[in-house]
Design a protein around this ligand. Structure first.
Ligand code: G3H
Ligand code: ZN
Length: 284
């Protein structure tokens, strides 16, 4: 089927109390792994590309691959721009057929974030594409920040209400204690804050840094309004562990398919596991 709009998938998940996994892809094998997992789990799915992935593979290549994958799939697939920071890239994605965009203006002061995000919302909504905004700063696990400073970076519920009202975003990425990359300890999400944000904005909440968040915290986050969860690092990990193992087994291998194929297979299993945690399995 053709690509579906992001809000169609995420809105449904929000209403029914589960979350859509949004998985980063940047080449054919990774895309195929995500779609195969979705088919096997009978799960709706979002594939997302960072600006880095677009730079690496080309917007036209990625759009063409994902459109073929979606057309062949028997589950709904949306294509999302992850952490877009560049207005021109957003326009390019709209032209190429992306069905969901993120504009990440989180590094700017509130008013500037609102103004920049609203500009993307206006053009995207004009062509029926939904938009994710971000408020608060989602760290990297490598950043050593003391707890009081960490909380200063978290999303403020009152600001979130203003941000959503003034930008018209369809879903909101928040900073509540997750981080990009691999966690050193156990992540500790700020659920009262999540609840306060969701009560004020009433739109689906997006959880970034989903890799390594334990199942109990994922479930509680979904109960409190999270309906899109981003996963990148854990997929790369699964893929590359299998690739490394293959190469170690046969360092003289000359056929890339014999190395990339096992990477793809390992990733399918990891994505399936996430879909079951998120409750999106069996929804199609
Ligand atoms: O935007 C992408 C993500 O937030 C993924 O985070 O690499 O920690 O899974 P992760
Ligand atoms: Zn992210």
């Amino acid at each position: 089927m053709p690509l579906v709009s992001g809000i169609d998938l995420i809105g449904q998940a929000h209403r029914d109390g589960y979350a859509i996994g949004s998985f980063n892809i940047n080449n054919m094998e990774i895309l195929q792994a995500v779609i195969t997992a979705a088919e096997l789990e009978r799960s709706p799915v979002m594939v997302q590309t960072s600006q880095g992935a677009i730079k690496y593979a080309g917007a036209d290549y990625l759009a063409a691959m994902v459109k073929v994958a979606a057309a062949k799939a028997t589950v709904p697939v949306a294509l999302h721009l992850d952490h877009g920071t560049d207005f021109e890239v957003a326009v390019r994605c709209l032209r190429e057929g992306w069905s969901s965009l993120m504009y990440d203006g989180s590094k700017y002061p509130l008013e500037e974030n609102i103004a920049r995000t609203r500009k993307v919302v206006e053009i995207a909504h004009a062509v029926g594409v939904s938009v994710e905004g971000e408020l608060g700063k989602i760290g990297g696990v490598e950043e050593h920040i003391v707890v009081s400073e960490r909380e200063a970076l978290f999303t403020d519920p009152a600001e979130a209400e203003t941000f959503v009202k003034e930008t018209g975003v369809d879903y909101l990425a928040v900073a509540i204690g997750t981080a990009h990359g691999l966690y050193k300890g156990r992540p500790d999400l700020d659920f009262p804050r999540l609840q306060a944000i969701h009560e004020r904005v009433r739109i689906p909440i997006v959880l970034h840094g989903g890799s390594g968040v334990p199942e109990d915290q994922i479930k509680e986050a979904i109960r409190l309004g999270v309906a899109k969860i981003n996963i990148d690092t854990e997929l790369r990990q699964a893929f590359l562990e299998a690739v490394r193992a293959k190469l170690a087994e046969n360092p003289d291998e000359l056929d890339p398919r014999k190395v990339l194929g096992p990477g793809r297979d390992a990733m399918v299993e990891r994505v399936r596991e996430k879909m079951r945690f998120f409750g999106s399995s069996g929804r199609v």
